[in-house]
Write a protein that binds this ligand. Structure first.
Ligand code: F0G
Length: 465
C-alpha cells in the first residue's frame, strides 16, 4: 500500500532563485500613496508576495528553458512553429491554430471579425478584456452564469456553469444576433470556478441546434479538467489530457492566454475549425500581430509553450496546484475570513462585501481590503468588484455583482511557506477589518479603468488604519 502524508509538497525543487525584497510598513504606505492607491501602479520591487495575477508570472521548468535554446527565429515556417502547432493540436485538435502574443489579441481578432453593433455574445462570465473587446466591436457582452455562481458562499461543485436554460431562452429569441457563444474555463471573474463536462456538453448541444459556434476561453483548461476529474461522476478514471480533448471536441474554437496553464511568460492563440472564419482572422493577424507561423511570438516562446503544454496536464502537478490553492482558502475560511467557496483553481477570492460591510460598493470595499493587505504585509492582490466592473458602457456606475479580492497564485513560483505567510497577513487584516474605510476615484480612463485609476481614501486614511 502506498503510504499517505498530508503535507503538500511541491513536485519540483528549486533550480534557480530570485531574491525577494523586504520593505517596512512606512515604505509601503508611501509606495501605495504614490501609486494613487492602485496596486497596478506599484513598482513590483516594492511587493513581497505578488498575487496580483497568475498570468505570465509562473516559473518555467528546466525543460522549458532547454526548449528555448531550440527556438528557431525564421520569419516563416520555423520548426518551432510546427512543434507549437502540434502541441496545441494534441490537446485541442482544431483545424486552424493562429498564434498571438497573448489572450486579448486572440479576442480582439475574433470579435473584430464576428462582433459589431447589434450582435450579442453570451458567456458564463466574460473576463474584463473579453468584455472590453466584445464591447469595443460594438457588440453586447452577456453574462449567463448559474445563480450559484453569483453567490459567494453557495456550495456547488461547478459554479462556473453557464445557465443552460437562460442560454436556450436567449437563443430561441435572438439567435440571429449571436455570432458565437463563449464559455470561460475556469470562470475567472466568477471566482475561478470550474465548468462541468455535462454543462459543456449541454452548451454545445444548444449552440449547435441553433447553428451557432461555441468557443472556449480556455486559459485555465488544465485546472478545469482536473476539477472534472476530481468532482464529476464517472470522470475520475480518465486522464486529464483526455478530458481536455473531449472538451475541445465539443467546441468549434477557442481563445487562449498561454500565460496561464501552459506556463508561458507570454503567448496565446486563437484556434478554430471554420476555414472561412480562420482566413478572415489570419488576415487581421497579419495586420496586427505578425505572419501566421509566429503571430505575436518569437520562435523561442513557441518552444517554451509547446513544452509547457505537456507539463500543464501532469496529474502530480495539478494535484499540488489545486491542493495548495485549497490549503490557502481553507486556512482563511477556518480563521473566519469570508472566501468564495468552494475554493477555485488558480486563486482564492476574499469576499470584501462580507468582510467590510461598513464600506458601500461604490466606495470600493475590495480596493480598501487590497490596499490594507499590501500595507500590512507587502502582499499584492487584485480587486475584482466595482472598480473593475462598476463602470457601464453608457458611462453610469453600478455596483458589481460581487466585491472580491483575488489572491491569484502564480504557478510553481511560491513555496508553501510563502502561502503560510499570506495566511498570517490576511488573517491579521481581517481581524481589524472594521477599521477599514472606503475610497473615492479621482481619476479614471474611459475603458478598463482598474489598470490606471487613481483613488483617495475617504474619511481619513483607511490604508493606515
Ligand atoms: N480570459 C481570461 C479568463 C483571463 O483570465 C485572461 C487574463 C484573458 C482572457 C486575457 O488574457 O492577459 O493573455 O491577454 N487574465 C489575467 C488575470 C490578466 O489576471 O486573470 P491575456
Amino acid at each position: 500500500m502506498e503510504p499517505t502524508f498530508h503535507t503538500i509538497i511541491e513536485p519540483f525543487r528549486i533550480h534557480s532563485v530570485e531574491p525577494l525584497r523586504l520593505t517596512t510598513r512606512a515604505q509601503r504606505v508611501s509606495a501605495i500613496e504614490e501609486a494613487g492607491f492602485n496596486l497596478f501602479n506599484l513598482h513590483s520591487n516594492d511587493v513581497l508576495i505578488d498575487l496580483l495575477t497568475d498570468s505570465g508570472t509562473g516559473a518555467m521548468s528546466r525543460d522549458q528553458w532547454a526548449a528555448i535554446q531550440h527556438g528557431d527565429e525564421s520569419y516563416a515556417g520555423s520548426p518551432s512553429w510546427f512543434r507549437f502547432e502540434a502541441a496545441v493540436k494534441d490537446l485541442f485538435p482544431f483545424a486552424h491554430v493562429i498564434p498571438t502574443h497573448q489572450g486579448r489579441a486572440a479576442e480582439k481578432i475574433l470579435f473584430s471579425v464576428l462582433g459589431g453593433p447589434g450582435k450579442s455574445i453570451p458567456n458564463n462570465t466574460h473576463f474584463d478584456t473579453t468584455r472590453a473587446n466584445v464591447e469595443a466591436s460594438g457588440a453586447t457582452a452577456l453574462d449567463m452564469v448559474i445563480a450559484e455562481g453569483r453567490d459567494a458562499s453557495a456550495p456547488h461543485p461547478f459554479k462556473g456553469n453557464i445557465d443552460l436554460e437562460a442560454l436556450e431562452n436567449f437563443l430561441a429569441e435572438h439567435s440571429d444576433e449571436v455570432p458565437v457563444v463563449m464559455l470561460t474555463i475556469t470562470n475567472n471573474s466568477g471566482g475561478g470556478q470550474p465548468v462541468s463536462l455535462a454543462n459543456i456538453r449541454g452548451a454545445s448541444e444548444i449552440c449547435h441546434r441553433y447553428a451557432i459556434p461555441l468557443f472556449l476561453d480556455a486559459c485555465r483548461f488544465a485546472e478545469n479538467a482536473w476539477f472534472i476529474h476530481e468532482r464529476e461522476e464517472g470522470q475520475g478514471h480518465r486522464e486529464v489530457a483526455d478530458i481536455v480533448r473531449e472538451i475541445a471536441s465539443l467546441a468549434d474554437g477557442m481563445t487562449m492566454s498561454a500565460k496561464k496553464d501552459p506556463f508561458g511568460n507570454i503567448g496565446g492563440w486563437l484556434a478554430l475549425n471554420d476555414d472561412a472564419l480562420a482566413e478572415a482572422c489570419r488576415n487581421v493577424l497579419i495586420l496586427t500581430e505578425g505572419f501566421p507561423t509566429y503571430g505575436g511570438l518569437a520562435g523561442r516562446d513557441l518552444e517554451a509553450l509547446a513544452q509547457g503544454l505537456s507539463e500543464a496536464v501532469s496529474p502530480d502537478y495539478l494535484r499540488y496546484r489545486i491542493g495548495s490553492t485549497a490549503y490557502l482558502g481553507d486556512a482563511l475560511d477556518a480563521a473566519g475570513v469570508p472566501v468564495v467557496k468552494p475554493i477555485g483553481g488558480h486563486a482564492v477570492y476574499l469576499d470584501a462585501r462580507a468582510l467590510l460591510p461598513q464600506v458601500p460598493p461604490l466606495e470600493y470595499p475590495g480596493l480598501s481590503l487590497a490596499v490594507a493587505l499590501y500595507v500590512m504585509g507587502g502582499v499584492r492582490t487584485c480587486e475584482i468588484g466595482s472598480v473593475m466592473f462598476g463602470r457601464q458602457s453608457d458611462g453610469t456606475e453600478v455596483p458589481a455583482a460581487m466585491e472580491l479580492v483575488r489572491l491569484a497564485i502564480p504557478r510553481r513560483t511560491y513555496t508553501q511557506s510563502h502561502i503560510d505567510y499570506v495566511i498570517e497577513v490576511v488573517t491579521a487584516v481581517a481581524r481589524d477589518a472594521a477599521s477599514l474605510r472606503g475610497y473615492a476615484m479621482v481619476y479614471e480612463p474611459p475603458a478598463l479603468r482598474h489598470f490606471t485609476a487613481r483613488c483617495e481614501p475617504l474619511e481619513g486614511t483607511g490604508a493606515r488604519a
